[in-house]
Design a binder for this molecule. Structure first.
Ligand code: TIU
Length: 223
């Protein structure tokens, strides 16, 4: 046991780096680059690119100290058998999940748009969870992998804050994992949703988890 303390809200977050993983959610071209799924839903994706640099600082720190790193990607098999028809229909976009865009078929595994941005690209040995839903626990091996590796706490980064990030944090919280979300390492297409989603995580005495930022997380990892 080597408990570390990270300054956070609503109060300090304590964790053992040996039983903690850095979780980077859905930092895929489809969400952060023009021409992908995020833009097809009607969003300006450029604000999300601001989270790449702080995520990279966390990734470098985790790699440097041998902390477990887990990446997720949202997407579907090429026949879309794992995609609810209701999900394809939503948004009523001109191009939808499975349709061809400038980065390949939207949100389909193996396509350029589905893959993780080069700055944060997984290294061999890092876990990549391919998930069909917003939450990382739905129809994946995520819980089993965390259990097998003895992981109890998650430092959470990625996009988007109020969709895949907090869906996963809520799922993790119900399974007994302790999550801290780093506010500058998560991004939303909607500033108000970002603010309120983070408020919800830490409300009522850390009901779902904690909120900190990369500076305070890096300070905690260095001690
Ligand atoms: N639409 C949106 O904000 N997000 C998603 O559809 N997926 C993730 O958050 N990864």
């Amino acid at each position: 046991m080597n408990q570390q303390t990270m300054q956070a809200e609503p109060y300090e977050f304590t964790f053992d780096p040996k039983t903690t993983a850095l979780l980077i959610i859905d930092m895929q071209r489809d969400f952060v680059e023009p021409g992908g799924f995020g833009e097809a839903l009607g969003n300006d994706v450029t604000p999300l690119q601001a989270v790449i640099a702080p995520c990279k600082r966390m990734l470098d720190a985790a790699r440097g100290m041998g902390m477990m790193v887990i990446h997720t990607r949202e997407g579907h098999s090429s026949d879309l058998a794992d995609c609810p028809p209701t999900k394809i229909a939503r948004g009523r976009g001109e191009i939808r999940i499975g349709d061809a865009g400038p980065m390949g078929r939207l949100l389909v595994r193996g396509e350029r748009g589905h893959d993780i941005v080069p700055e944060l690209y997984p290294k061999p040995g890092e876990v990549v969870i391919d998930k069909p839903g917003k939450g990382a626990f739905c129809a994946t091996d995520f819980d089993l992998i965390l259990h097998n590796r003895g992981i109890k706490s998650l430092i959470v980064c990625g996009v988007t804050t109020e969709v895949c990030v907090t869906t996963t944090v809520r799922e993790a919280n119900d399974r007994g994992y302790e999550c801290v979300v780093l506010s500058d390492c998560v991004g939303s297409y909607f500033p108000e949703f970002q603010r309120v989603a983070l408020e919800m995580v830490k409300a009522q005495g850390a009901l779902f988890g904690w909120v900190s930022d990369s500076s305070r997380a890096l300070a905690a990892l260095r001690t």
